[in-house]
Design a protein around this ligand. Structure first.
Ligand code: NAP
Length: 231
């Protein structure tokens, strides 16, 4: 049976590399991109590497876009093995909680929290048709309450909230065979991470690990490189 996986925000960075690694493992990959053209170019590049990848216009902050992407998945695949909620914005190193622009915080929440929430809700019927569904929320240690100590307020609050959503969904879906986990890819050299981070392939590998968990694998966890980290 074909294993279909959807990755959001996958036209570049870690999401793109997750598509490549899943494709190499035999998944049919739906590469989500808010810009249709950039998504098609990225998907064509991976098809050029011999992988089964299709582009799909998907802006996680836009309910109509999510709805039409899910409708297309329903028509073309009928079920979904895994969703990787990877799309994110606004690593606001310039801001502080005490003076943050709350419109900016709202924008971060719209994509980083509500985007993942909206996509997962919409895809749930398709996920539940799969025998071993997986939801992987790409989070960050910046969202860890244990290590939070000021700075990057929009990003940190949005990732802490995404972690909370991970726990809620995992608890509610435990009886339905769905494994829901949050994964931090570590500091990775992407447009968001900047120079000096580790290779994109290393960051992506920890996310693919959470997609590939066995049925008796963990749920409701927060991981980096396959190891549990503090909430
Ligand atoms: P990136 O290079 O900035 O790429 C972000 C991707 O998300 C882009 O494809 C972007 O699309 C997409 N995106 C943004 N808003 C979107 C929306 N509304 N709908 C759909 N796609 C949207 O970031 P990255 O470094 O690869 O990060 C990937 C994930 O890892 C994020 O969740 C990030 O928080 C997490 N993370 C990264 C690091 C790091 O060091 N890089 C560390 C910890 C966690 P456009 O091209 O259209 O902008």
């Amino acid at each position: 049976m074909e294993r279909v996986a959807l990755v959001t925000g996958a036209n570049r960075g870690i999401g793109f590399e997750v598509c490549r690694q899943l494709g190499r493992r035999g998944y049919v990959v739906v590469l989500g991109s808010r810009d249709r053209e950039r998504g098609e170019v990225a998907a064509a590049r991976l098809r050029g590497e011999g992988l089964d990848v299709v582009g799909c216009q998907l802006d996680v902050a836009d309910a109509a876009s999510v709805e039409s992407a899910v409708e297309r998945m329903r028509r073309e695949h009928g079920r979904l093995y895994a969703v990787v909620n990877n799309a994110a914005i606004l690593y606001d190193t310039w801001a502080q909680a005490r003076s943050a622009d709350l419109d900016e915080v709202q924008r971060a929440l719209d994509t980083n929290l509500f985007g993942a929430w909206r996509v997962t809700q919409a895809l749930l019927p398709l996920l539940l048709r799969s025998p071993h569904p997986r939801v992987v929320n790409v989070s960050s240690e910046g969202g860890s309450l244990a290590s939070m100590n000021g700075g990057t307020p929009a990003y940190s609050v949005s990732k802490a909230a995404l972690n909370a959503l991970t726990r809620l969904l995992a608890g509610e879906l435990r009886g339905r065979r769905v494994l829901v986990n949050a994964v931090c890819p570590g500091w990775v050299a992407t447009d968001m991470g900047g120079a000096g981070g580790r290779p994109i392939s290393d960051g992506a590998a920890g996310i693919v690990w959470a997609v590939e968990l066995p049925d008796d694998g963990p749920t409701s966890g927060f991981f980096c490189d396959g190891r549990a980290i503090a909430w």
